[in-house]
Write a new protein. Structure first.
Length: 199
């Protein structure tokens, strides 16, 4: 289903769906995935890493992992590459086909996980402070996700959206032919993801 079919909404953290990893070696809390039947084209989740474990393989998928909490995660790829995600919010983008294991540096971590099918979606992810008003312009056919890492935020009344508390996520869509404008105000830190069709 195209991104234009997605709807604008706020997803409270309490509604995230906890499920096993594809390889059954860990747990994740799914925030959202693409609408429609069949395989997803994009997915947002928070991995709960409580022990050293191999990551699931996702063919045709690119992914970006951001440390949300904990003392760090070491990513060990089978080709010998090693990357450490350290506090406060280190991140890494890599392909889902690569064999990789996560090793905890000092205790459990929670990690934001953005995944998208590279033949269908172009995805970008930014970490930003929220200090006062912020404007997000959503182009027709694209989708933005706003994940509030810390703090509190509220949308302008015209949007009809409820406030965001820490760990909540908003999906912002432009289903018609016009660009949509969303004003977010508050204080804290957030992740902004932009998803658009692959050109």
């Amino acid at each position: 289903m195209p991104l234009s079919a997605e709807r604008t909404r706020v997803i409270p953290a309490r509604l995230y769906r906890r499920e096993r990893w594809k390889n059954q070696l860990g747990w994740t809390r799914e925030i959202a995935r693409s609408a429609g039947e069949g395989d997803w084209t994009w997915r947002l989740s928070i991995a709960e890493i409580e022990q050293d474990a191999a990551f699931s393989r996702f063919d045709g998928v690119d992914r970006e992992l951001v440390l949300l909490s904990g003392n760090g995660l070491r990513l060990c790829f089978d080709d010998g590459q090693v990357n450490e995600l350290l506090p406060p919010h280190d991140r890494l983008r890599f392909s889902g086909e690569r064999a990789v294991s996560g090793q905890l540096i000092d205790g459990p971590t929670q990690d934001f996980n953005l995944m998208w099918r590279r033949d269908a979606i172009d995805a970008q992810l930014w970490h930003r402070p929220l200090v006062g008003p912020m404007v997000v312009f959503v182009e027709p056919g694209s989708l933005w996700a706003v994940h509030l890492m810390a703090g509190q935020a509220r949308f302008a009344a015209a949007s009809g959206l409820p406030d965001l508390a820490t760990a909540d996520t908003a999906l912002l869509a432009a289903p018609g032919s016009a660009r949509e404008r969303f004003v977010l105000d508050g204080g804290g830190e957030l992740l902004l993801a932009r998803l658009q069709p692959q050109r």
